[in-house]
Design a protein around this ligand. Structure first.
Ligand SMILES: Cc1cc2nc3c(=O)[nH]c(=O)nc-3n(C[C@H](O)[C@H](O)[C@H](O)COP(=O)(O)O)c2cc1C
Length: 335
């Protein structure tokens, strides 16, 4: 299957973009474990125009050597912002290597929605289509495809409106549309509506546009089921990959009809946590890395004996050495 000029052998299984989690280090790790690609977290198109790429560079940084196919996600509410931001971004030597641009039309956070960006665009399909057109025109000059990630609706799923939304994004030139099966109003609560995703997938395919499904893929069986249920060409896995990048190898095996690789043991989980932490520190510095990984580290030790107490200690750590010491004690406890 293809997204624009980018070819995938087999069904693409991707890491869903997640602010605070999708660091360049974690994305590289997920790809190493079998993810087809991993978009960056959302970056403001307007900030790129006003501040240049440097201020948001840490969120946009790509590492083609370890990531393979790369994708930067932008958000905004003005078509002109996308034209300009994409030109600025793709004229930067480091970022010019990116393979595709994704547009965020799903973020439910009020700070984003009140500016008319993210999921607010579901309510303004004219603007959404104009944004895709502007982004496609700008990216085309650099030979890069544009994709969109959105949700099934704003407050409610209305099949006709959502199918129409998909058609308009396709007509405007989106090379792939990924749908998270929740409304913006649901944020991350309730459950993803795979029936709604299936209807939107049908609309995309009717326009000849590739389509990915996302939402509540918690394990390899879910991955097989959502593809079957929705008819999607690919999938994105978000929260289930936090602290478990090995999920991509298990999904890949399930899709290929191969035996699942064994689950990681406790020592492997500790090693991977340290790898993600030290790798992240190399990019953004130790102090910021330890602080920002506070939301990620607990996922690696979820369900392990004494996990709750260890989580508190890990979240109180402020250096890599402290984290290493805590994990050293844990390893002794766990072996
Ligand atoms: C902490 C967090 C941050 C997220 N940040 C983004 C983001 O920057 N861009 C985006 O398109 N979606 C973002 N999402 C949504 C996910 O990409 C995904 O659509 C959602 O988590 C549902 O998939 P899942 O059930 O596999 O987690 C975020 C989700 C979470 C939990």
């Amino acid at each position: 299957m293809n997204i624009g000029n980018i070819h995938f052998d087999g069904i693409p299984v991707c890491l869903a973009p997640m602010a605070g989690t999708s660091s360049v280090t974690f994305r590289g790790i997920c790809v190493e474990q079998g993810a087809s690609y991993a978009p960056t977290e959302l970056v403001s198109a307007r900030s790129i125009i006003y501040n240049g790429v440097e201020r948001s560079y840490r969120y946009m940084e790509i590492d083609p050597e370890h990531e393979g196919i790369t994708c930067i996600q932008l958000f905004g509410s003005e078509p002109g912002d996308f034209s300009e931001a994409i030109k600025i971004m793709l004229s930067d030597e480091r970022l010019s290597k990116v393979d595709m641009i994704d547009i965020n039309m799903g973020c439910p956070v009020s700070k984003v929605v009140k500016t008319g960006a993210g999921s607010a665009l579901i309510r303004t399909p004219d603007v959404a289509a104009a944004i895709v057109r502007a982004a496609v025109d700008a990216a085309l000059q650099f030979g890069k495809p544009v994709t969109v990630k959105t949700r099934i609706g704003f407050n409610r799923f209305i099949a006709e409106d959502s199918r129409d939304f998909v058609k308009r994004l396709s007509d405007a030139g989106a090379s792939m549309i990924c749908v998270h099966g929740r409304t913006a109003g649901q944020m991350y609560g309730g459950s993803a509506d795979w029936d709604a995703i299936a209807l939107m997938c049908e609309a995309a395919h009717g326009q000849g546009t590739a389509f990915f499904a996302n939402g509540d893929i918690r394990n390899d069986d879910d991955a097989v089921r959502i593809l079957d249920h929705t008819g999607a060409d690919g999938i994105m896995v978000g929260r289930a990959a936090m602290g478990d990048p090995w999920i991509f190898a298990r999904i890949r095996a399930a899709l290929d009809g191969e035996p699942r690789p064994p689950l990681p043991d406790n020592a492997q989980k500790c090693d991977m946590l340290m790898r993600e932490l030290t790798g992240t520190a190399e990019h953004i510095g130790e102090v910021t890395a330890v602080k920002e990984m506070r939301s990620v580290m607990p996922h690696y030790i979820k369900g392990l004996p004494g996990g709750a107490a260890i989580k508190v200690r890990l979240c109180g750590a402020s250096t890599i050495e402290e984290v290493r010491e805590i994990l050293k004690e844990c390893r002794e406890l766990w072996t």
